[in-house]
Ligand binder design. Structure first.
Ligand code: ATP
Ligand code: MG
Length: 441
């Protein structure tokens, strides 16, 4: 309890105070609006007192002390004890036989009466005594409030606020512990299982927290895998570089051949690092920018470039698009060009002489769809989903120049633009890749 946070005490004390104040104020308002400010037993006691004093006074004035004693003897002993009469010596004489009006205080009714012999008596009826007989301890009430009400406010309020404070701060504590664990690098922490039974907003927070932790876990493990792959991939050209240098040292005749090899490997390293940079850039959605570009123009430019290259292997590239449509996309045109180019160049690379590559652009509802299909070897069904992972080369490094990064970059770019990408084998063989991008309206 001692190490509970400030929020716990704030809620506990705040609600307790409010609860107390509410019950007490409610009582105050209740008594204020009560038409009679007097409790019923007070009223009854006063009326009894008036009747007793009235009767006793009349009897005393008419028949003297003797008659009063007889009257008193006829009362039940319980009633007698509240009544008292005492002769008055120095009171100023009043009018002959006059009966002065009754004197009433909260505690007693009293009256000055003259007996036929001229002696004055003070008659007094003790209202407090009568009241107290009914209500022991009524005097001790706090703020004229029935004690149960006060205690109810005190303990009920405390209990209620304790429950509320505990109920609200416990998940905070759990959340804090979870965040602490995440900040220490433990991403396996999950909150939903512990908070499932609440069924409130805090459960939603727990769900969001879990999906955040999950996403972080995936990102971190992706990162680790990529780092591992990158170092692995960089190793082989570096090993060949070292080998070439070693050969040049051994025999001066090898220098020119080695220099060629060194140049080749250095260029390879440079290209790979360029691709890696592009991959990491595509990951940062924030760096997407606010460009608006025409997807059709972009695809046409990519296809024209590819057609130029395609002359050598003798591959035909066909582009079909519904012209009157609007193909505006929001994002980064340069990255998107790179993404589309990677697919078209793959198709070109895996196509043989005389084959065709079909590129089509169309609009389906609010999505723009680019499909690139070739007539090449295609990819084994079971490996279709893995070709988008970095450094994955399924068909062996054809033409010897792939790093397996092209499709990974494409996927990153497309995802950053809020789109999707998928690969499938066409009905007549060959691989088809389909991109779907949100149309900007
Ligand atoms: N059109 C295609 N036909 C058959 N296989 C393909 C096709 N496109 C991609 N692949 C397979 O998918 C793998 C991954 O493609 P990706 O573009 O990521 O890498 P890459 O082309 O080998 O290298 P990089 O693009 O980095 O130069 C390729 O190595 C290839 O095995
Ligand atoms: Mg490629």
């Amino acid at each position: 309890m001692a190490n509970r946070g400030r929020l716990f005490w704030k809620i506990l004390l705040g609600f307790w105070l409010i609860f107390l104040l509410t019950t007490q104020l409610l009582w105050a308002v209740f008594t204020l609006y009560n038409p009679r400010h007097e409790a019923p037993e007070d009223n009854i006691a006063r009326r009894i007192g008036n009747v007793q004093i009235g009767t006793a006074g009349a009897v005393l004035a008419r028949g003297g002390l003797q008659a009063l004693e007889e009257l008193k003897a006829s009362w039940p002993p319980d009633e007698r004890k509240f009544f008292s009469d005492s002769p008055v010596v120095d009171a100023p004489p009043q009018g002959e036989g006059a009966l002065p009006s009754m004197q009433q205080t909260r505690g007693a009714v009293s009256r000055l009466v003259m007996a036929p012999d001229g002696q004055r008596y003070l008659l007094r009826y003790d209202l407090d005594g009568l009241r107290n007989e009914y209500h022991q301890g009524r005097r001790s009430s706090i703020l004229h409030m029935p004690p149960p009400l006060f205690w109810l406010g005190l303990t009920g309020g405390l209990l209620f606020s304790l429950l509320l404070a505990w109920n609200l701060t416990r998940p905070m504590l759990q959340l804090r512990r979870a965040f602490e664990r995440v900040s220490r690098g433990d991403l396996s922490v999950r909150l939903f299982p512990v908070m499932r039974r609440r069924h409130d907003e805090i459960t939603d927070v727990a769900k969001d927290f879990d999906s955040m932790a999950e996403r972080l876990q995936v990102l971190v493990s992706d990162r680790e895998a990529l780092l591992h792959d990158v170092s692995h991939e960089l190793r082989s050209p570096l090993a060949r570089l070292q080998l070439a240098i070693g050969l040049a040292h051994q025999n001066p005749k090898n220098v020119y051949a080695s220099l060629d090899r060194i140049e080749h490997e250095a260029g390879r390293l440079d290209r790979m690092i360029g691709e890696l940079l592009a991959l990491s850039r595509a990951e940062h959605q924030g760096a997407l920018g606010e460009d608006y570009f025409d997807l059709l123009g972009l695809v046409e430019a990519v296809v024209n470039d590819a057609r130029y290259e395609a002359q050598v292997p003798g591959v035909d590239i066909q582009l079909t698009a519904h012209q009157p449509e609007d193909y505006t996309v929001k994002g980064n045109a340069e990255m998107m060009r790179r993404g589309v180019e990677n697919i078209v160049r793959n198709a070109l690379r895996f196509s043989a002489h005389g084959q065709s590559v079909f590129v089509s652009l169309s609009r389906v509802d609010s999505l723009l769809e680019i499909t690139v299909a070739d007539q090449g070897p295609g990819v084994e069904e079971s490996k279709l989903s893995s070709i988008f992972d970095p450094f994955v080369r399924v068909n062996g490094p054809l033409n010897g120049k792939g790093y397996g990064l092209g499709l990974a970059i494409t996927r990153k770019v497309v995802l950053a633009h809020g789109g999707q990408v998928e690969a499938f084998n066409g009905p007549g063989g060959g691989l088809a890749i389909r991109l779907r991008l949100p149309h900007w309206e």
